[in-house]
Design a protein around this ligand. Structure first.
Ligand SMILES: Nc1ncnc2c1ncn2[C@@H]1O[C@H](COP(=O)(O)OP(=O)(O)OP(=O)(O)O)[C@@H](O)[C@H]1O
Ligand SMILES: Nc1ccn([C@H]2C[C@H](O)[C@@H](COP(=O)(O)O)O2)c(=O)n1
Length: 232
């Protein structure tokens, strides 16, 4: 009797605005795979801390909130759902307020341990259910799923990332819009990179630089890496 093929895991890390979420969703949809946005989990915890009036200056209180976080996260790349305590927070976790606060929560070491445990369990579950899972974040390729069949660092120049995020949030890429975006991209990456390695590829991780690629070409570049891994 032959055993079923091992679930296929694709880990994608990268800095803010590199295209992780949008590209990962498109790749997961094309592969019929489950999708996990690990950053959404830190955002959901940040939202929960605000909602329950946890003092973000109190690391112990944030850890307690993380341990009890009543989070439900969906696996559909075409309709990713995030609910906390039964409340749909998919939109609320994307506000500029949450974006500016999330690193404070995500850089608490005990919070990361709890989230990483949950993320491993979710990836296993999604991968078994769909035969494959695309998981994206900052430490998927290095800490959460270092044994994933595909490990990609999706990068883009700071200029490209600022332009993309500025267009998305402000609908413009003039000097004022770029300046208003800098905190969400440059400062956040600086803080986040104190606890995760996503500015340089770890050993065995394939770099996909999207600076000069449009969205479709970025998806195609990732699909090529996946196809090569499947063929090997
Ligand atoms: N290759 C690309 N060319 C142009 N725009 C892109 C490309 N990839 C993604 N985008 C756009 O850039 C914006 C940021 O992409 P996305 O949210 O996927 O980045 P991210 O890496 O997940 O960022 P964050 O970590 O901050 O959530 C989106 O509006 C997306 O449509
Ligand atoms: N694996 C991860 C995923 C995310 N984070 C942190 C870093 C980000 O500032 C925040 C939100 O992520 P985003 O939605 O912007 O991808 O969560 C992390 O530390 N580790």
């Amino acid at each position: 009797m032959t055993s079923p093929p091992a679930p296929f895991v694709i880990g994608i890390d990268g800095p803010s605005g590199s295209g992780k979420s949008s590209v990962s969703r498109a790749v997961a949809a094309r592969l019929g795979a489950g999708y996990l946005d690990t950053g959404a989990m830190y955002r959901a915890l940040t939202w929960w801390c605000r909602h329950t009036e946890v003092d973000l200056g109190d690391a112990d209180a944030i850890v307690a909130a993380a341990l009890g976080l009543p989070l439900e996260i969906g696996d559909d790349p075409q309709a990713p759902t995030v609910a906390v305590d039964g409340i749909d927070v998919a939109a609320a976790i994307r506000t500029s307020e949450i974006s500016s606060l999330v690193s404070t929560v995500a850089t608490v070491p005990e919070v990361r341990v709890e989230m990483q445990l949950r993320q491993r369990a979710l990836i296993d579950d999604f991968a078994v259910r769909h035969g494959a899972c695309v998981a994206e974040g900052r430490d998927v390729t290095t800490v959460i799923a270092p044994d994933a069949q595909v490990r990609i660092l999706l990068t883009a120049s700071e200029e490209a990332r600022l332009r993309r995020r500025s267009l998305e949030v402000h609908g413009a890429t003039d000097e004022a819009a770029i300046a208003a975006t800098r905190d969400q991209v440059v400062r956040r990456d600086r803080d986040d990179s104190t606890v995760s390695q996503f500015t340089e590829a770890a050993e065995g991780v394939t770099v996909v630089d999207t600076s000069d690629l449009d969205f479709e070409a970025s998806v195609a570049a990732v699909m090529d890496v996946v196809a090569a891994a499947r063929a090997s």
